[in-house]
Design a protein around this ligand. Structure first.
Ligand SMILES: Cc1cc2nc3c(=O)[nH]c(=O)nc-3n(C[C@H](O)[C@H](O)[C@H](O)COP(=O)(O)OP(=O)(O)OC[C@H]3O[C@@H](n4cnc5c(N)ncnc54)[C@H](O)[C@@H]3O)c2cc1C
Length: 133
């Protein structure tokens, strides 16, 4: 193995857990040169099964202050929610699952590789079928 080669990390599944993981991996200084791949077959990566919900009446069962993607910024989701159209009449005590899906997707989109020459997260819109042993 070439010891100087940058690590290659593949995350299978781009729902909540995969999104939170790649966001944290991308922020690690020790992994600044790492190649990170995310495999997620859904048309929109980030929301996963639970937060791809379309109907606004499907609500989260956790308050906004406990749903930030960033532990050091616990109000990050609450602040994002405050800026959304559905908060025009006041921030809901329990946001919709679809709003949380938008939050996950928007945060993930910021680290998806903008071009082949820039280090980001490479999204593969396909299903993983096997892992090398
Ligand atoms: C209807 C519903 C409502 C929920 N509401 C809440 C709530 O209000 N609050 C709460 O805390 N939790 C809720 N949950 C629990 C929720 O599922 C978890 O909080 C969290 O979303 C789980 O994240 P995950 O990444 O494990 O799974 P998911 O977000 O489902 O992500 C898994 C991803 O893997 C992808 N995938 C599957 N197979 C492959 C493959 N072979 N290759 C590549 N990708 C693949 C899928 O497309 C999917 O996007 C809810 C769950 C459901 C089902």
């Amino acid at each position: 193995m070439n010891q100087s080669a940058a690590p290659v990390i593949t995350v299978v599944g781009g729902g909540f857990a995969g999104t939170a993981l790649v966001l944290q991996l991308r922020r690690q200084p020790a992994l600044a040169q790492a190649e990170i791949h995310l495999i997620e077959p859904r048309a929109v990566p980030g929301p996963g099964l639970a937060y791809t919900a379309r109907r606004p009446e499907y609500l989260l069962n956790v308050r906004p202050g406990a749903l930030s993607l960033y532990p050091e910024q616990p109000q990050h989701f609450a602040a994002w929610l405050q800026q959304q159209p559905e908060s025009a009449a006041g921030v809901p005590e329990f946001a919709s699952r679809s709003a949380y899906g938008r939050y996950l997707h928007e945060e993930l989109a910021q680290v998806l590789q903008p071009s082949a020459s820039q280090l980001g997260v490479v999204w593969h819109a396909t299903r993983a079928v096997a892992a090398p042993s």
